[in-house]
Design a protein around this ligand. Structure first.
Ligand code: AMP
Length: 524
C-alpha cells in the first residue's frame, strides 16, 4: 500500500496517542499534544483564510518558541513551505533570502522587526506578528498571531492532496562566502530524517528534549519532528543562557540535549553549574563543528554520568550524516581510544551513504590516515540549490554530494574531519588540518575556546594562527602554549606562529566560530 510519508504524520500520531501528555513547554506555558495540535490546525486554517496556498513560501523570524514549533507543522500541513530564517543574518541578507525565495508571507517576532527592510521586499504580501508585550512604534503592521489563531477553526478535514515529494521546508546556507543558497526539503526527506536517530534508539516517549539549537538551523537537526513522532516532550530554549538552561534541565528533568561545541564550552564554564540538579541528563550530543578534546574532557568531567558523543551533518543532507555512537563490539577498547571514536564525526547509518574520496573521486584507504573529501548520497540529501543550477552541478556530481569537508576513515567506518577544504592550512607544501592543532590547544586546562586558521607567511606561504579565549581567571602566555604544543608532540610546522588571546570569538547564528572573519583579520 502506498501511503505518502508526510511531515504531518508525526503530529497526528502524537495527538492520537499522547493527546493528554504535555508535549511542549515554553517558559511558563505548557501545552498537551491535543492543545498543541489544535493550535496547529488553527494556524493552518488562518493561513488558508489569508490566501496562502500550496507551494507558497511562509518565512519566519523567531527564536525557539512554541510558535515556531507550531509553524513547523501548520505550514506544511496545507502544502505551503516553511522557511525559518537565521535571525543572526544581516538585514541585507534577510532581504536577499526573502526576495530570492519569493516568500509570500512573513511571520515575525515583533522584537525583530528591525531586521527587515520592508521597502526592499518584492514578494511578501502578508505579515503575521508574533507578539511581544506591546506593538512597538515603527514595527511592521500585520495580523497578530494569537487573535489570528483564536479567530480560526480548529478543525482540519482536508488532506490538501499532499504527496511525499512535495516540498515542506526551505533553508538557506549561512552564506559565509557569497549570498546564502536556498534548498528545499520534501515531506519524504523530513520524514526519513526524523527517523535517523531512532536507528540508535536514542529517543522514545520518556525523552525530554531541550530545543537548544535554533530551529532555523537545518531543521534543528531533525528534532521538531522526531521528538513529536515518539511522543517525547519539547522544552523550548529561546536564548542560550547557562542559568536558564540549568533551570530548565532541573525543572523539566531534561534528559537529552544537543549543542554546538561553543555552546558546550559556555555551559561548562558557568560558575553556578554545581548549584543545580542536572542529574536527569542522560545524553549530550555535539555537532555542527568538531568536538575538540578539551571540550570533550570538560563535558565528561562535569557530566560524568552522561553519554556524550558527536554527530556530523549539513543543511544539504537535512543534517543527516554520521553519528559517533560507540559500536557495541568496540566497547572493550581502552578508554582513550573510545574517547577518540566518540569525539570523531562517527559512522554512516542506513539513511546516508558516506565515502571519502581523493581528487579523482576514488575511495581513499580506510586506515584512519589517508585524507579525502567526504561525499554523501541518500534519501535526505537535497536534489539541488534553489534556482542555482551551476552551484548544484559543482556540488552534486554523479549523484553524490561533495561536502567540502576533508576527513579520514578508519577500518571500523568512523570518519574524522581534518578541516574544511577551504580552511586547510598549506605550509611549505604540507597540509595542516586546523582540527588537529585545535585538539592539542583545547586540551590545555587554561583554554576555554580555540580556533586555528591560516595566516600568511613570507617563506611558507601559510602558517597556523591560533585565536584563544582563556577560561575564567586562567593565565597563559604564548610561549607557555608553544611549549605545551611541543610537549604534546605537535610537529614544529603545525605549532601556531601567531597566537592571539581574545575576550571572545566571532560566531554565526548557531554558535559556530566564523573562521572566515578571523582569517580576514590576518589577510588584510
Ligand atoms: P551547516 O550546513 O550550516 O549545518 O554546516 C555544515 C558544516 O558544518 C559541515 O560541512 C561541516 O563543515 C560542519 N560540521 C557539522 N558537524 C560537524 C562535526 N561534528 N564536526 C566537524 N564539522 C562539522
Amino acid at each position: 500500500m502506498y501511503v505518502p510519508l508526510l511531515a504531518t504524520d508525526f503530529l497526528r500520531h502524537a495527538v492520537q496517542q499522547y493527546g493528554k501528555k504535555t508535549g511542549v513547554v515554553d517558559g511558563d506555558k505548557r501545552f498537551t499534544y491535543a492543545q498543541f495540535g489544535e493550535r496547529v490546525h488553527r494556524l493552518s486554517n488562518a493561513l488558508i483564510d489569508m490566501g496562502i496556498k500550496k507551494g507558497d513560501r511562509v518565512a519566519v523570524l523567531d527564536t525557539n518558541s512554541h510558535r515556531l514549533l507550531e509553524l513547523h507543522f501548520g505550514v506544511p500541513q496545507i502544502g505551503a513551505i516553511l522557511l525559518p530564517i537565521n535571525i543572526r543574518l544581516s538585514p541585507r541578507e534577510i532581504t536577499y533570502v526573502l526576495n530570492d525565495s519569493g516568500a509570500r508571507c512573513l511571520v515575525i517576532n515583533e522584537d525583530m522587526t528591525g531586521l527587515v527592510e520592508r521597502d526592499q521586499l518584492k514578494s511578501v504580501e502578508r505579515y503575521i506578528i508574533l507578539e511581544g508585550d506591546e506593538q512597538k512604534p515603527g514595527s511592521i503592521p500585520g495580523e497578530r498571531y494569537e487573535p489570528l489563531l483564536e479567530g480560526s477553526s480548529a478543525i482540519i478535514e482536508d488532506d490538501f492532496g499532499l504527496d511525499e515529494q512535495d516540498p515542506a521546508e526551505m533553508f538557506y546556507t549561512s552564506g559565509t562566502s557569497g549570498n546564502p543558497k536556498g534548498m528545499l526539503l520534501t515531506h519524504r526527506t523530513l520524514w526519513l530524517a526524523a527517523t535517523k536517530d531512532l536507528f540508535f534508539g536514542v529517543a522514545n516517549d520518556r525523552t525530554v528534549y531541550l530545543q537548544a539549537i535554533p530551529l532555523f538551523h537545518a531543521n534543528c537537526w531533525r528534532k521538531a519532528h522526531m521528538i513529536t513522532a515518539v511522543g517525547g516532550r519539547h522544552v523550548m530554549l529561546p536564548q542560550f543562557r547557562p542559568a536558564l538552561i540549568c533551570e530548565l534541565i532541573e525543572r523539566e528533568k531534561v534528559n537529552y540535549m544537543e549543542m554546538v561545541p561553543t555552546m558546550a564550552d559556555t555551559l561548562t564554564q558557568f560558575g553556578d553549574l554545581d548549584k543545580y540538579d542536572l542529574s536527569s541528563l542522560e545524553r549530550i550530543v555535539i555537532g555542527g563543528a568538531p568536538l575538540l578534546e578539551g571540550t570533550q574532557n570538560t563535558l565528561m568531567e562535569k557530566f560524568p554520568w552522561c553519554v556524550i558523543h558527536a554527530g556530523y551533518g549539513m543543511s544539504e543532507t537535512s543534517s543527516c550524516g554520521t553519528t559517533a555512537h560507540l559500536k557495541e563490539h568496540l566497547r572493550g577498547l581502552p578508554d582513550e581510544q573510545k574517547k577518540v571514536l566518540m569525539r570523531s564525526q562517527g559512522y554512516a547509518d542506513m539513511l546516508t551513504r558516506v565515502r571519502i574520496v581523493d581528487g579523482n573521486g576514488n575511495d581513499v584507504k580506510h586506515d584512519g590516515i589517508a585524507m579525502g573529501e567526504i561525499i554523501m548520497r541518500g534519501n535526505t540529501v537535497i536534489d539541488g540549490y534553489w534556482g542555482l543550477p551551476e552551484e548544484t552541478k559543482k556540488t552534486i556530481i554523479d549523484g553524490w554530494l561533495y561536502s567540502g569537508d576533508i576527513a579520514t576513515m578508519n577500518e571500523d567506518g568512523y570518519i574524522t574531519i581534518v578541516d574544511r577544504k577551504k580552511d586547510i592550512i598549506i605550509s611549505g607544501g604540507e597540509n595542516i588540518g586546523s582540527v588537529e592543532v585545535e585538539n592539542v590547544i583545547s586540551s590545555h586546562p587554561a583554554v576555554a575556546e580555540v580556533a586555528v586558521v591560516a595566516a600568511p607567511h613570507e617563506k611558507w606561504g601559510e602558517t597556523p594562527a591560533a585565536f584563544i579565549v582563556l577560561a575564567e581567571n586562567a593565565r597563559l602566555t604564548a610561549d607557555e602554549l608553544i611549549a605545551y604544543c611541543r610537549e604534546e608532540g605537535l610537529s614544529g610546522f603545525k605549532i601556531p606562529r601567531i597566537i592571539e588571546f581574545k575576550a571572545d570569538l566571532p560566531k554565526g547564528g548557531t554558535g559556530k566560530v566564523l573562521k572566515s572573519e578571523l582569517k580576514r583579520s590576518l589577510w588584510k
